[in-house]
Write a protein that binds this ligand. Structure first.
Ligand code: GDP
Ligand code: IMO
Ligand code: MG
Length: 431
């Protein structure tokens, strides 16, 4: 497999972890390029379930290099916990299978605190963040007051920069929010010690990725979150603070985007969203509850119940087009078993006018009505099906109808959380 971008094409939690773990069998490098521990990527291998937050989803395969690129907002406390958690389960994380970019920005305790405090001040307009300090860390990066992993490795430099930063953050914590500030010495000790312990993983990761490409190795870029949560193209301001799609790779991995051979979006056979913000196809009643129950739709990072709705075709088409997707993977098809009639969002209506395309220009999608279409469902268990032709006719018809409506080929179907529960289609994702 050549160089491939795999990204979430809805509001996150599309099953990226499962699909990336599956594809990782055939690639040499797996690279995270944005987001941070707000992500929760689930990989199920036999009886074991792993939820990865920062470490790429290739870590369960031996002999792969996993890279945390410079565009990731990295919480060293959580990274260390994740490494230890994997070690306790027999997965050794070493510099041979994990490298961290020296330019990735560090999430500090003050970022996490400010994330919670800002949410409080947003009141009704709160985003429902994961509380992992993502927004405040990226804000500091843009404001050029952030510290990067390389800074943690040099105690005197770290001290100078953290002193200046904490003076301002403490003024905000105390003066604006009326809470206690943080102790410089304590923070310094904690984070430089973390820097020391993680130093062995820190490299010029962008150079490593480009070298691998030069040497003909195959690379998979692992997106976190989803296009509808993208800072620029999602439902702003109810988004995350990074570029979640192909556009994030250049800056976030230090890799020229024109060298990416294929882009593949991941989308569920229905939609979910965690946190606040517009969700045109949301089902508030029994249908939404039934999807949540059948799909066990609770957040992998925060445990929050996910908001659920039918598949939104125009939003998915928008997400795939924006990223030049060559194909997409439909996950969780098995969850729709036994629903009777299915439904999907085929178009929208605003002020009585029909929109076939996702209206990204509308401030908050206010006044938007969905136009839905029905499709016959199926009753058969499909979790053991491995060939498209073995699916019940109604399931095949649903997949084909959605594929035609979206206009981008489906490269794989997923019919269960486990590695082998996939139905390949076409050769876009073959090794
Ligand atoms: P990610 O953030 O995109 O990696 O997705 P999450 O891990 O947050 O959420 C996806 C959930 O669906 C996880 O619990 C997966 O184990 C599960 N999952 C993935 N693919 C499938 C599938 O095809 N069918 C079912 N039933 N569950 C799936
Ligand atoms: P994965 O990679 C689903 C959502 C939060 C909130 C908004 C902003 O597992 O798909 P943030 O903490 O990033 O500032 O929160 O984005 N969000 C996610 N929703 N899956 C994720 O990651 C998410 N990461 C952030 O719920 O609405
Ligand atoms: Mg997730």
């Amino acid at each position: 497999m050549a160089t491939i971008s795999v990204f979430g094409a809805q509001w996150g939690d599309e099953g990226k972890g499962k699909i990336i773990d599956r594809l990782a069998a055939d690639v040499d490098l797996i690279v995270r390029y944005q987001g941070g521990a707000n992500a929760g990527h689930t990989v199920v291998v036999g009886e074991e379930k792993y939820v990865l937050h920062l470490i790429p989803s290739g870590i369960l395969h031996r002999g792969r290099l996993n890279v945390i690129g410079g565009g990731v907002a990295l919480d060293p406390v959580l990274l260390e916990e994740e490494i230890q958690g994997l070690a306790e389960r027999g997965i050794e994380v070493t510099p041979a299978n994990l490298q961290i970019s020296a330019t990735s920005h560090v999430i500090f305790e003050h970022h996490r605190r400010l994330d919670h405090l800002s949410e409080h001040w947003r009141g009704e307009g709160r985003i429902g963040t994961t509380g992992r300090g993502i927004g405040p860390c990226y804000a500091d990066k843009a404001a050029r007051t952030g510290l990067r992993m390389a800074d943690l490795l040099e105690p005197s430099r770290c001290q100078t920069r953290l002193r200046a930063v904490l003076a301002e953050k403490n003024a905000i914590l105390e003066g604006v929010h009326g809470v206690e500030g943080l102790d410089l010495d304590e923070q310094l000790e904690r984070y430089t010690a973390l820097g020391e312990r993680l130093a062995c993983f820190v490299t010029d990761a962008g150079a490593a990725v480009r070298r691998a490409h030069r040497e003909g190795q195959s690379i998979l870029f692992e997106g976190a979150q989803g296009v509808m949560l993208d800072l620029d193209h999602g439902t702003y301001p109810f988004v995350t603070s990074s570029s979640t799609g192909v556009g994030g790779i250049g800056g976030g991995a230090g890799f020229p985007p024109q060298k990416i051979d294929r882009a593949v979006g991941i989308a569920k056979a229905y939609c979910t969203r965690v946190g606040e913000g517009p969700f045109p196809g949301e089902e508030h009643g029994e249908a939404g509850d039934a999807i949540r129950r059948a799909g066990n739709e609770f957040g992998a990072t925060t445990g929050r119940p996910r908001r659920c709705g039918w598949l939104d075709v125009p939003a998915l088409r928008y997400a795939l087009e924006l990223n030049g997707a060559d194909g997409w993977v439909m996950t969780n098809l098995d969850v729709l078993t036994g629903f009777g009639d299915l439904s999907y969002v085929a178009a929208y209506e605003v002020d009585g006018e029909r929109h076939e395309e996702y209206p990204a220009h509308l401030a908050d999608l206010a006044g938007l009505r969905t136009v839905t279409r029905e499709a016959p469902g199926w009753e058969e268990d499909i979790t053991a099906v491995r060939r498209f032709e073995d699916l019940p006719p109604a399931a095949r018809a649903y997949v084909e109808e959605i594929e035609a409506a979206v206009g981008v080929p489906i490269a794989m179907l997923s019919v269960g959380p486990e590695r082998d529960q996939v139905i390949p289609r076409g050769d876009l994702l073959s090794p």
